[in-house]
Design a protein around this ligand. Sequence first.
Ligand code: ATP
Length: 590
Amino acid sequence: MRDSNRPKSKNLNVLKNTFRYLAPYRLQIFVSSIALLFTAGVTLSLGQGLRHLVDAGFTARSEKELAVSLVAIIFIGILLACGTYLRHYLVSWIGERVSSDIRYDVFAHVIEMHPSFFESNSPGEIQSRIVTDTTLLQSVIGSSASIALRNILMFIGGIIFLFITNVKLTVIVLLSVPFIVFPILYYGRRVRNLSRDTQDKIASVGSFVSESLFNIKIVQSFFHQEIDKHKFKITVEDAFAVSISRIKQRSLLIATVILLILVGISFMLWVGGMDVLNGKITGGELIAFAFYAIMVASSLGAISEVLGDLQRAAGATERLMELLESKSNILDPEDPISFPFPTSGQIQFENLSFHYPSRPDRNAIDQFNLMIPANKTTALVGPSGGGKSTLFELILRFYDPSIGKIKIDETDIRSVTLKQLRSLIGFVPQQPVLFSGTLRENILFGNPSASFEEVKIAAEQAYVTEFLSQLTDGWDTDLGHLGARLSGGQKQRIAIARAILRNPKILLLDEATSALDSESERMVQKALDELMKDRTTLIIAHRLATIVRSDQIIVINQGRVDSQGTHEELLKNSDLYARLASLQFQTEEL
Ligand code: ATP
């Protein structure tokens, strides 16, 4: 995870980026600002209520005035409660709303990014940004920002009321402010740094857990639990140690501030008390004064606290904005044209060269020329790393070639929209991927607008119905949980049913039968035969036995066409193919 070296943005300007997310909720912001001003004003007026209570009630010994003051204070309390409810509700609502909007936008943006983007931006890190960074923003918008604003108002209002109440005492208070602010700033910074460390340590606890549990079978098969437990203990204890040193600093900060505030207030009460005794000011004035002084001190504390949050939120916003501003390398053309209709599905590679962005020095595909006839089956064979899967990625436009072009029905695939291109193609990967959701939903993935009847027919053709009765809830069995319990062949057949439902003109098949036992393989092969009818099919063959009947076989080596022909032709003409064949058929006979 990148959390461990998160830069902390000092530049709070970054937070401006959130303004466009706040803009739609102007009304809520306006009402909550009014509520904020209102509650700050009401809190400040509480001091005046106290003053009246003491001077008119106690000092004048008037029961009526005492009652009036208390009723006034309760009335102020009711106003405060209503205002606080409105402010808290609306501000938290805005925080949740904005973070949900940003979450959605980031996901909607990155899901459209070119696949190689995820090589330099790990999905785990993006997930953490979408979850943690937006949560941080939500807490800042939904509470810290309002706490900061409220306390700034309280601080300014408190100082004004201090001056109104008593100038001499105010000067004493202001002189003691630096003594309180200094430790807050000093310890506050240390606490903040340590709390960042804590976050990072906790993030590594999280990633440790997910990595171990995600690979539980490997962990248990190597009997690695004890070692993992030990490693985890170190990680957890590390997080604990950092948390404790943060808590120590924080406790020290709180204790020091309390002590200093009490000393300051006692001193002020002593000076003020003398004035009361000498009849220079009233008792109520002193109480009101103490009330405002405490308010000023605590608002100062709160402001310094949330300043750290705001800085962390600036860092989080910066990272989210980086994601939102990243541009996909694979885009629709400006003036897209269409494939001829009906599309035959003939594919042509013209002088194609391509290197992966991370390996610019080596061409994975090198001056590649080939014609794949429509409605025929073409098998791609060759040594590992030859470039077979890369060809699939180029046909699907996960990458664009550096030189040359790929044409379908004489049309460059870069001149049609990605949607049109990909709707022509069905891709069955070597490792079928099941999503959480029911069997029916997993097949529907191939064509979400298909009817249940069509799903059933596809499942029938792919021999999925063969094992339907073994699934506890039939069509509604949740494969997310069950995926691990399905056999490789069953998963493969579901992936094939998905492709049948899609009914693509071009089929890209990363043949997976090598991993299956012969019974399972027979079923998958039958399902595949069904799928390949009347389509342009490209198979990456790992086992030659399955493709001897293909219309043409292409031997690919080091990104180039080594030789092509039928099985018999190649046995005669291609040394590489003959060698592959003799190796495989020998091992199979053993
Ligand atoms: P196999 O039969 O083992 O699957 P293949 O013929 O399908 O092999 P490709 O996967 O197309 O071979 O790989 C061609 C070359 O490109 C290899 O050298 C491989 O290491 C490299 N390669 C594949 N994917 C990437 C990637 N994402 N980034 C960098 N290089 C890659």
